[in-house]
Design a protein around this ligand. Structure first.
Ligand code: G4P
Length: 554
């Protein structure tokens, strides 16, 4: 059955199960009275992000059975499936945002796409959160993608809680893991609980915050948590009855050492992004999940002020404001509809309100803002600071746009990230040059790809963070602009924005490197570099020139 969303036809296939009433939320529940925690989970593929998401939703009572998130996780993993699903069904916003409630807190969990759909969106999503959970596989420690995402969090001083997952399996020692986080990420670590052994020798978790043991109860299905045991500290003989004596002795020794060796939790250091509370656990077996959720509720910050011009915006300001951090396009050639994801930064958005898009100086009526309760999509009657709403539109909203009820405002600091893959665009049909330029320009502005026009030569260079972005680009250019574009290897592997404190030095650099310079879509100068070695050579030869991998929008 077809529904109209902002004049956009959206049928069953769009999977936007928009309903007129927020049916799943008890009518007496006043959402505006709840506190907000808006966060993301960062991890390397396979560390357990999908499992922990599922278990957090389950622990909060938002879903009854585990497995619902996984079904999507798996389909998103297979690239061919992704393309097929996206193309047939149009907008898929299924797991972009998940909102759930526990007690008096409304949690907004934003998905950071991984695997093949790792893209600039993955990074940008982190601009819309106030905190993040970093999930680490106990057997693998810090992995590449976790590290990249962590660096983005650090750029914005986003506080991080750490969950070391899979302690039910053999892994590195807890000390090794903590030291690795501290060394590699330059972050103080404060363990909040301690595993008694790992793998086959795992006997449970001792919680430093509550002095309770979450013991292992084995049954035919394997390991599962038994009833919590209250302890009067690590010396309590109750521990000797809950596990073999050698396990209790090892726990006393290790946990005692850990308490002495690592810093206590420090609220200010955590909020400044200098210290991470670390929770050991097993998402799959439900160990440590509630402790993590409690940690998030107790420590993660509520909606924070957001940088903007002329002045930063406090979440308590009455006027409604927000910014677009992601645009999900429809892959259906017959529709140019898309959903812009907006983080509300202040005020209370009410359905039907008009907000000004300050980039173009035009007001748009927000008839059908969508919110995301667990797995359902609902029309939002109200949304407030910290909430994420999806706004269906015809391409009028772009990444970085500011929406505000009244007055001049522009959110700043939304970063652009240097692409990690560069390709040369190859057009076989010379009659299509105009369409290609328009298409590439539009899609670069939308944030699908990054576009570099070399100062010399006519081959445009297209940059992306993930491989899938090229496929999305090819497919959208064909469908929306009728252009068949191919890509070939580019001689360059790295692109960096060029800046200098001294304008004369900048000019000298630009003049002497014209053959390897390009303009990005906003006309900012970019240096095209072959490899890491060349990059470091530039650094040595031109100390007055900054080659930046991130550019903050002004
Ligand atoms: P991701 O979203 O970060 O990519 O990871 P995901 O949750 O899909 O987990 C990756 C694999 O790790 C899955 O196994 C999952 O069951 C397993 N896993 C997650 N948490 C734990 C844990 O606490 N303990 C153990 N032992 N395993 C865990 P899979 O075999 O790839 O998939 P499946 O067949 O289990 O679905």
């Amino acid at each position: 059955m077809a529904q109209l969303i902002d004049g956009v036809q959206a049928d069953e296939a769009l999977r936007l199960a928009v309903r007129d009433e927020a049916q799943d939320v008890a009518p007496e529940l006043d959402l505006s009275a709840l506190e907000r925690r808006t966060f993301a989970i960062i991890s390397h593929p396979d560390a357990g992000k999908t499992t922990i998401t599922e278990k957090l939703l389950q622990a909060a009572g938002a879903i009854r059975e585990a497995g619902e998130v996984r079904a999507r996780g798996d389909s998103r993993r297979a690239r061919s499936d992704w393309m097929a699903i996206e193309q047939q069904r149009g907008i898929s916003v299924t797991s972009s945002v998940m909102t759930f409630r526990r007690g008096n807190i409304l949690f907004n969990l934003l998905d950071t796409p991984g695997h093949q759909d790792f893209s600039e969106d993955t990074y940008r999503t982190l601009t819309a959160v106030d905190s993040a959970i970093m999930v680490i596989d106990a057997a693998k420690g810090i992995e590449a993608q976790t590290r990249k995402l962590f660096e983005v969090c650090r750029l914005r001083n986003i506080p991080i809680l750490t969950f070391i997952n899979k302690v039910d399996r053999e892994g590195l020692s807890p000390f090794e893991l903590l030291d690795e986080i501290a060394d590699k990420l330059q972050l103080d670590v404060s363990p909040q609980n301690w595993p008694t052994g790992m793998g086959g020798l795992f006997h449970g978790l001792y919680d430093f915050r509550t002095d309770r043991l979450q013991p292992v109860a084995s049954d035919a299905d394997g390991t599962m948590p038994g009833d919590d045991i209250a302890c009067r500290g690590l010396d309590d003989p109750v521990l000797d009855r809950a596990m073999p004596p050698e396990a209790a002795a090892a726990l006393r020794e290790e946990a005692g050492l850990a308490r002495a060796a690592y810093p206590q939790f420090d609220h200010d250091a955590f909020r400044a992004g200098d210290l991470t509370p670390v929770f050991f656990g097993s998402a799959l077996k439900l160990f440590g999940v509630t402790a993590l959720l409690d940690g998030l509720a107790d420590h993660a910050p509520p909606p924070q002020p957001q940088p903007a011009r002329p002045a930063s915006v406090s979440p308590d300001e009455p006027r409604v404001s927000g910014f677009v951090f992601k645009v999900q396009a429809n892959m259906d050639p017959n529709h140019r509809d898309r959903v812009a994801f907006v983080r509300i930064c202040s005020g209370t958005l009410k359905r039907g309100m008009k907000l000004n898009n300050t980039r173009v100086g035009k007001a748009i009526a927000i008839h059908n803002p969508i919110t995301f309760f667990a797995r359902d999509r609902e029309l939002a009657d109200v949304a407030q600071a910290g909430d994420i709403v999806g706004i269906p539109n015809h391409g009028t909203l772009r990444v970085g746009d500011t929406l505000v009820e009244k007055g001049e405002l522009s959110f700043t600091g939304l970063p652009d990230f240097a692409p990690e893959i560069l390709r040369r665009a190859r057009l076989d049909d010379p009659m299509k040059v105009k369409q290609m330029r328009r298409g590439l320009g539009d899609l670069a502005e939308e944030g699908v790809i990054r576009l570099f026009r070399p100062s010399i030569g006519s081959h445009w260079i297209v940059g992306a963070i993930g491989e899938l972005q090229f496929e999305v680009l090819t497919s959208r250019l064909a469908q929306e602009y009728g252009v068949a574009l191919g890509f070939e290897e580019s001689p360059y592997g790295i692109a960096r924005w060029v800046r200098a404190a001294d304008p004369a030095e900048l000019k000298r650099f630009l003049d002497s490197h014209r053959s390897v310079m390009a303009d990005d879509q906003d006309g900012a100068p970019v240096l095209l570099i072959r490899n890491e070695w060349e990059l470091s050579r530039y650094g040595k030869d031109w100390p007055g020139i900054e080659l930046a991998s991130v550019r903050e929008r002004q």
